[in-house]
Design a protein around this ligand. Structure first.
Ligand code: C2E
Ligand code: MG
Ligand code: MG
Ligand code: MG
Length: 282
């Protein structure tokens, strides 16, 4: 009887596997078509200077405008794109689009102080051999001054191969491209490795910000991260700022920047442009 049960279970498992594989295949086909038909678009979420209350820059966030399913979030398709390698051409599209957008805003002189554009790099993109050449090409094509470009890299992308990561980061730094470590605190982060990498900025993951006022300990952890980063000449950006209380605590801790729904959600290009023109002050 146990044997029969085992077999039945195996069959269910097998059917589910098959279903999953089929869904993946469909998603892959869909994603290829999406790239081809230009169904991707970027939303832009402002990053605020906590000292001045003004917009320091934007983070470009990928969306997929699916003809049947509507707007799809990156969490739903980036893992698949990462698996199949499609993230490489998609990521290059993102980089070029974001650089082009910032250049267009600069050309229209929509702001007086310099605004930066942050772009996320996936693990696979970061380990791709011709990343530097591709970035150089995009900088050349879009005519954006590379010091306005900021790249967000996760701890896991760096820790996968620390030696080659160090070299790559240095090459990017030589081009004056700004380097951020994204979602800090979610990986197998040990604060001790940070000094080995030439990074400019550290983004504290929103799970820490969410808990900031819960206990004295949470506040102290954030304080420790900020202090350490400052010792290493890095600035701090708090992700997921949602309340005035979080903002004021972060300000009192000397955190340089904030990003989150309290300021603005990720915005369509036109809405982001309107916000720039509006020049709000928090
Ligand atoms: P991320 O880089 O950490 O981006 C921040 C995410 O937090 C965004 O989700 C943003 O909408 C969300 N967020 C911002 N403020 C708040 C807040 O106050 N509360 C809450 N609950 N969430 C907030 P989104 O746009 O869904 O992106 C999710 C992730 O997908 C990103 O996390 C990033 O890892 C990845 N991603 C997005 N665009 C790209 C891309 O172009 N390339 C790559 N490789 N990854 C991307
Ligand atoms: Mg990011
Ligand atoms: Mg992040
Ligand atoms: Mg995050």
């Amino acid at each position: 009887q146990a044997k029969a049960q085992g077999k039945a279970r195996y069959q269910i498992f097998d059917t589910q596997m098959h279903h999953h594989a089929q869904q993946r295949l469909e998603l892959d086909t869909d994603l290829r078509r999406a790239l081809h038909r230009e169904e991707f678009l970027l939303y832009y979420q402002p990053i605020i200077s906590l000292a001045t209350g003004r917009i320091n820059g934007f983070e470009a966030l990928l969306r997929w405008s699916h003809p049947q399913k509507g707007l799809i979030s990156p969490g739903e398709f980036i893992p698949a794109a990462e698996e199949t390698g499609l993230i490489i051409p998609i990521g290059l599209w993102v980089l070029k689009e974001a650089c082009q957008q910032l250049k267009a805003w600069q050309n229209q002189a929509l702001f007086k102080h310099p605004i930066k554009m942050s772009v996320n790099l996936s693990v696979k993109q970061f380990s791709q051999v011709n990343l530097i050449q591709n970035i150089d090409k995009i900088i050349l094509q879009t005519q954006l001054n590379s010091s306005y470009l900021k790249l967000e890299i996760t701890e896991s992308a760096i820790m996968e191969n620390p030696e080659s990561a160090t070299e790559l980061l240095q090459q990017l730094r030589d081009r004056e491209i700004q380097l951020s470590i994204d979602d800090f605190g979610t990986g197998y982060s040990s604060l001790s490795y940070l000094h080995r990498f030439p990074l400019h900025n550290l983004k504290i993951d929103r799970s820490f910000i969410h808990r900031i006022s819960e206990t004295r300990q949470n506040l102290e952890i954030i304080q420790a991260i900020i202090t350490l980063a400052h010792h290493l000449n890095m600035t701090i950006t708090a992700e997921g700022v949602e309340t005035a209380e979080q903002l004021s605590l972060l300000r009192s801790l000397g955190c340089e920047e904030g990003q989150g729904y309290y300021f603005a959600r990720p915005l369509e290009p036109n809405a982001a442009q309107a916000l720039l023109l509006d020049n709000p002050h928090w």
